[in-house]
Ligand binder design. Sequence first.
Ligand code: SAH
Length: 345
Amino acid sequence: MKHLLDCNLQELKEIVAAAGQPSFRAKQIFKWLCGGVGFDGMTDLPLAFRKRLAEEYTAQPLAIHEKFVSKDGSAKILYKLTDGNLIEGVYMPHFYGNTLCVSTQVGCRMGCAFCASGIGGLVRNLTAGEIAAQVVAVNAFLGGTVSERKISNLVLMGSGEPLDNYENVTKFLGLITASDGLNISMRSISLSTCGLAENIRRLADDGYGVTLSLSLHATTDEMRRELMPIASVYPMHEVIGAVKYYFQKTGRRVIYEYALIKGKNMTHFDCKRLAELTRGYPCHVNLIRLNYVKEKGLSGCTEAEAERFLQTLVGMNVSATIRRSFGNDVGGACGQLRRSYIEKR
Ligand code: SAH
């Protein structure tokens, strides 16, 4: 059964018209859906109309299956989809606004050497509504409404490769930024990609002004191929070309994510090459201390090593920071929570 949150306002208007209802009903429904309210709570809609809708559609809010709250205020969240699949997310309170990390696929087919999300391969794409439902669920859980949001920033950094699910992810961007819904600003959304160059260009051409984060993780094609199979399809010059194109089209500064991995990408030459790769256009390097994934066996670095790498980069005039880590006491990075849950069962 199709979920109504998979419909944008235009599609809702068509559904409403087909049922012989006035078109303002579409906005009413959209508001309720974005507030995490199912048919039972849509009190300003005639009961008969709700019953008729329920014959063809569902409006069931996404269930938070379990949550693990950290001492630092962040929380890891496990959601259960209607087909029983589990996906996960992370809630991070910030002084400038609360951020939610959302998943875009169940599993992932990119197979990066350090990442837990890809271990079981891709199970399926999430629909636009299923991605939006994560934001709706956490906002509602925190006591937020459509007019008083508790989530203001999103990062598409949960499991899945967003640009491998282009149609659903871009439809989701439309739903979540809609002014009649949660109205989250495009500028407050970061989309992280392993570097599907064609779709980076497409995203720029389609006019989505999200912040683009590129998972770079290496400074040579050889090392990048070792860490990220997708690098065999899109060599670095193509990916960086697409990133520069994205900047030219959108005017948005691009973020490079660089997970520091012992024995792989932490030499002085890596710093020098990073400095060269990032010269001449606005971008920022986000250094990440690798989360250890036992199935993968790659090791991260100490805080002091990360700090040294950072200082070398900064000394080369690269804009860089070390990414703040959340919730270390409640399980690892995205992908790991779902895996450990599946294993336990
Ligand atoms: N598929 C997208 C987004 C998901 S992952 C992408 O590849 O960018 C979000 C970020 O976490 C990516 O930069 C990813 O490379 C990184 N990541 C994955 N596994 C990690 C781990 N074990 N430790 C630290 N970062 C990791």
